[in-house]
Design a binder for this molecule. Structure first.
Ligand code: GLV
Ligand code: MN
Ligand code: MN
Ligand code: MN
Length: 422
């Protein structure tokens, strides 16, 4: 079939490892945080700068780069007519969390661009043209609308333009500055049938591959996630004069919820993970009983039923804490993403690509969210993981051995060739 045909004709094809690592090093400087790691927030100026850097690199390499209305970067080989036939979309995101690493997202984008360059240089003709993509605002770290770019492309951004940052500034107002266009946002939607398949290469962000000494992960599925915004209102009072029984301490309530959130997964095993990661205390003063707390809680699972059970239990815990503490606790859904399975045919393509390169592989689920889970709404998706040093990610210590980064990109290259028949 065309899959083996294309791959079989080019078995010796490899990415330029030094070029890939050089590109990643340059990207890592954009948004380098003086406090450590990389802070390149989605729809912010650093994400735009990273996109501009890559667009320039692609243009110099003879590729055609454009930014769509949602702020996604799309890169094509010259002459590959846009919209003419279904394409193989390959990419990830360029944004990071606050003080994140230099590889989460950027690796998959840089590798996709590298693969496109190799195909272009070797004039490899593909029955299904490959398009590289850098999705905007995957993390939702600034504007609370994760998977922004992939949702926009799939027509699933819903009320995304109304999403806000923590200060109440809307996504719409960020988007124009980010190089997109709120007015033309519907133009970022791709028509049904335009994506033949989506591939994403990513660092694992967890410990499995490293601990098992395996260089390549074939992702079986991706967790769904529900994020709740929780607002706790008590009464700010004097810390020295307010008797203990008379207090309505919003931080004590938040502490109760935080421990209960952990128990949902750790003790009660209702869902796989449950985390409180954001907490804002006001007035945040030593000698005042805290009157107000804003916090988040998120639950994750690969099973939609367990995800719903985790959320329901979390809501009950919030109600219990409200009753116990005398504070009012308001809960609002900030975002939901569904668990998805990757396409068995693409898993097989990835396994064969790794096998042909002599690389061991293992199958594993993803506990992190990825644009691939949004793309699964409109196309079969496949994901490749490479090891993360110490399993650490969303932190400055995030790292992967250079050889593993290059191997992963070679697996991506041969998966692109192999996916031609899927
Ligand atoms: C976001 O993508 C996450 O997994 O936290
Ligand atoms: Mn991330
Ligand atoms: Mn990521
Ligand atoms: Mn992610």
């Amino acid at each position: 079939d065309a899959l083996r045909g294309a791959a079989g004709r080019r078995p010796a094809l490899r990415v330029d490892g030094a070029r890939l690592l050089g590109c990643l090093a340059e990207l890592g400087k954009i948004g380098a945080d003086p406090a450590g790691g990389v802070t390149r927030l989605g729809l912010g100026p650093q994400e735009r700068a990273a996109r501009a850097f890559l667009a320039e690199l692609c243009t110099s390499a003879g590729l055609a780069a454009e930014t769509d209305a949602a702020g996604n970067l799309l890169v094509r080989r010259p002459g590959a007519a846009s919209g003419a036939a279904p394409v193989l979309l390959v990419g990830s995101h360029l944004d990071t969390v606050v003080q994140g690493g230099r590889l989460d997202g950027a690796y998959g984008v840089a590798a996709a661009v590298e693969v496109l360059r190799v195909l272009h240089e070797h004039t490899v003709e593909l029955p299904v043209e490959m398009v590289a993509v850098a999705f905007a605002n995957e993390e939702g770290a600034l504007v609370q609308a994760p998977f922004w770019g992939s949702r926009a492309l799939c027509g699933a951004l819903e009320d995304g333009l109304a999403a806000e940052d923590r200060a109440g500034r809307t996504a719409a107002s960020y988007l124009a500055e980010a190089g997109g266009s709120p007015e033309r946002l519907p133009e970022a939607v791709w028509p049904p049938g335009s994506v033949a398949a989506y591939l994403e290469l990513h660092i694992e962000q967890g410990p499995r591959l490293e601990s098992e000494g395996v260089p390549v992960g074939v992702v079986e599925g991706i967790v769904g996630r529900t994020i709740l915004d929780i607002d706790i209102t008590g009464q700010a009072q004097h810390a020295g004069t307010t008797p203990m029984p008379a207090r309505r301490d919003a931080l004590v309530a938040a502490a109760g919820i935080t421990l209960a959130v952990r128990e949902l997964a750790a003790g009660r095993a209702l869902c796989t993970t449950a985390t409180t990661g954001f907490l804002q205390v006001s007035p945040n003063v030593t000698n005042t009983v805290p009157g107000h707390v804003r916090m988040t809680a998120e639950v994750r699972d690969t099973d939609a039923g367990r995800l719903a059970v985790g959320e329901a239990a979390l809501r009950r815990e919030c109600a219990r804490v409200a009753a116990d503490s005398g504070c009012s606790v308001e809960v609002r859904v900030s975002s939901r993403s569904r668990p998805v399975a990757t396409a068995p045919a693409l898993r097989q393509v990835i396994r064969e690509a790794a096998g042909a390169l002599g690389l061991a592989q293992l199958s594993l689920p993803s506990g992190a969210g990825h644009d691939a889970q949004i793309m699964a709404r409109i196309a079969p998706v496949g994901m490749i993981f490479v090891p993360s040093a110490g399993g650490i990610s969303h932190a400055p210590a995030e790292d992967t051995a250079p050889a593993d980064l290059v191997h992963g990109a070679d697996v991506l290259l041969h998966s692109v060739l192999g996916a031609q028949a899927v």
